[in-house]
Design a protein around this ligand. Structure first.
Ligand code: IMP
Ligand code: MG
Length: 369
């Protein structure tokens, strides 16, 4: 991954693929033009790298020149009027092949056609390395296309984001989701996940997704998923994976612009952790860290019984239900420590002490990510 100005980009097209594509274009063009000596016209700035590599692969004599399209200075109209700079050569009767780095909407191409309509060229062919068919709004024929790409912003190989990135030998695609801090907050019931999540979401501007809260909201509103989840929770059991994953996906999508998420109460199984990795991947993101609050069993039981007096949560009222939940937690979820350790993303934090001290301990882990 690379960062240019404020945006992140991920590897998209390798220099080998670009090279192979240019080779194919050069072959196709030289076959079509036969003995004609073409004038290749690169459109600056973006096409400088393409033109350089292209003409080296062109197997026959050819001429090369560059032009640049520039907006008229001081003119600010709805229609951007452009003029051509650098066309000093007489192209009368010549076969001209435009070499474009990328064709997006086709606006630039329309300008090229307009400007070349005054030249008495023999023929005008358009060759572009990259082409975004979903963005193209014109009818001009594109004679040679290197690589068709989706309608997403790319950089590298001559293409820039606000002037940066032109020098990259490969092409990178913008990450739709920008850099996020995604935390899995882990710990047995009563470890203080909810309390700490409240502080962390403020401090780091994250969205807190507590599976428990999502379930309780659904239960309170008697949704179908809520009623299903309730039958498991009342017994102190975990809700089946698919129900949880579906709910979570919806929560993440509701907050597509978030700086990151705190997952609390999720994942609890390897399958869920895998599903969460896939979900994050589909959002061009990933889990940054799993932070586990470590608290002794007896401390947990006391905390939960205390909370049960005021929270009204039925699963906080009964010591045997509480101990069942704690046992269940260790039986089923300790394996997640291995899952995240294997990715170097596991961080254990002492969960006993004042709320503030624990927040400080958590922050130092996050700040060092
Ligand atoms: P057009 O929309 O086809 O006229 O493309 C206009 C110009 O926008 C191109 O010549 C590029 O300079 C620039 N452009 C279009 N798409 C991209 C992209 O994905 N990355 C970088 N520049 C782009
Ligand atoms: Mg261009």
């Amino acid at each position: 991954m690379i960062k240019l100005h404020d945006k992140y980009f991920k590897p998209f097209i390798s220099s080998q693929e670009i090279d192979a594509s240019i080779e194919r274009m050069a072959d196709a063009i030289s076959k079509d033009l036969g003995d004609e000596v073409p004038v290749f016209v690169g459109i600056l700035n973006g096409s400088f790298m393409l033109v350089s590599d292209f003409v080296k692969k062109y197997p026959k004599p050819c001429e090369v020149t560059f032009i640049k399209l520039a907006s008229y200075e001081g003119v600010k109209s709805t229609e951007d009027i452009q003029r051509l700079i650098g066309l000093t050569q007489d192209l009368t009767g010549r076969t001209v092949v435009i070499l474009e780095d990328i064709i997006d909407t086709g606006n630039t191409l329309a300008e090229i056609h307009r400007i070349f309509s005054n030249e008495q060229v023999k023929s005008l062919k358009i060759a572009t390395l990259f082409y975004k068919p979903d963005a193209y709004k014109k009818d001009f024929k594109l004679h040679y296309i290197g690589i068709e790409i989706p309608d997403k912003f790319i950089v590298g190989y001559g293409l820039d984001y606000d002037q940066l990135g032109r020098n990259l030998p490969a092409v990178y695609q913008i990450k739709e989701t920008q850099h996020m801090t995604n935390l899995v907050l882990f710990g047995p019931p009563g470890a203080g996940k909810g309390t700490q999540a409240t502080f962390l979401k403020e401090k780091y501007n994250l969205v807190h997704i507590s599976t428990g809260d999502v379930f309780r909201f659904n239960i309170k509103n008697k949704t179908a998923l809520g009623m299903l989840a309730k039958s498991f929770m009342d017994k102190g059991e975990l809700v089946p994976d698919q129900v949880t994953i579906d709910m979570l996906n919806a929560e993440v999508e509701k907050n597509a612009d978030a700086k990151g998420f705190i997952f609390d109460g999720f994942p609890r199984t390897n399958a869920q952790a895998d599903a969460l990795d896939k979900l994050m991947d589909s959002k061009d993101s990933s889990i940054s860290a799993m932070i586990a609050l470590e608290v002794d069993d007896d401390v947990l039981v006391n905390r939960l019984l205390e909370r049960g007096k005021t929270s009204g949560r039925p699963d906080d009222a009964d010591e045997s239900v509480i101990r069942n939940r704690i046992t269940e937690y260790y039986n089923k979820t300790a394996i997640l420590k291995d899952f995240y350790s294997a990715q170097n993303k596991y961080f254990g934090v002492d969960g006993v002490g004042s709320i503030k001290d624990i927040t400080t301990r958590l922050s130092s882990v996050i700040d060092n990510l």
